[in-house]
Design a protein around this ligand. Structure first.
Ligand SMILES: CC(=O)SCCNC(=O)CCNC(=O)[C@H](O)C(C)(C)COP(=O)(O)OP(=O)(O)OC[C@H]1O[C@@H](n2cnc3c(N)ncnc32)[C@H](O)[C@@H]1OP(=O)(O)O
Length: 129
């Protein structure tokens, strides 16, 4: 799993308890997973379909640097399934895990479309095909 994106937890990211707001973290994850999917499928036309159980394992605090890891675990016909792990960059302590995030490739009218991909690419070449 690659941890491409790092985030620095700032005051505007906190909840009423003074720790990282879960909704903010999920927004970061959804965007990261969407970008990962766009690179893997080579199309901007993809939407979030499903997220499995979200496990908030431990809190992050103001000033922490966290990193978001995403990896494709299954290529379907129109879908791609990802797994996600968020951890503290310094201590490596796990902050969150999501076993499955499913994105679906869609056409201009929003209907599922076959993406034709079967394996992970480690470059962004598909974006230029
Ligand atoms: C990045 C963003 O913010 S996007 C915004 C948030 N997301 C959205 O607005 C999407 C709203 N949802 C939709 O428009 C529709 O549900 C669609 C277009 C995504 C899918 O439509 P559906 O009628 O469910 O499509 P369909 O039944 O053909 O399934 C498409 C694929 O999704 C998979 N799928 C459908 N439901 C689920 C589910 N609950 N869990 C996992 N996978 C699922 C199917 O197995 C299929 O995969 P495959 O083609 O690889 O075998």
């Amino acid at each position: 799993m690659n941890f491409y994106t790092r985030k620095w937890v700032k005051p505007e990211d906190l909840n009423a308890h003074g720790t990282l707001f879960g909704g903010r973290l999920l927004a970061w994850i959804d965007e990261e997973a969407a970008i990962y999917t766009i690179i893997q499928l080579g199309t901007n036309g993809c939407v979030t379909k499903y997220m499995s159980e979200i496990n908030f394992v431990s809190s992050a605090h103001q000033g922490d640097i966290i990193e978001l890891g995403i990896k494709a675990i299954k290529f379907g016909h129109t879908s791609i399934t990802l797994t996600c792990h968020v951890r503290n960059k310094i201590t490596q302590k796990t902050i969150l895990t999501i076993d499955e995030i499913v994105f679906v490739a869609v056409d201009d009218s929003g209907k599922p479309v076959k993406h034709g991909r079967t394996e992970i690419t480690y470059t962004d070449a598909r974006l230029r095909e």
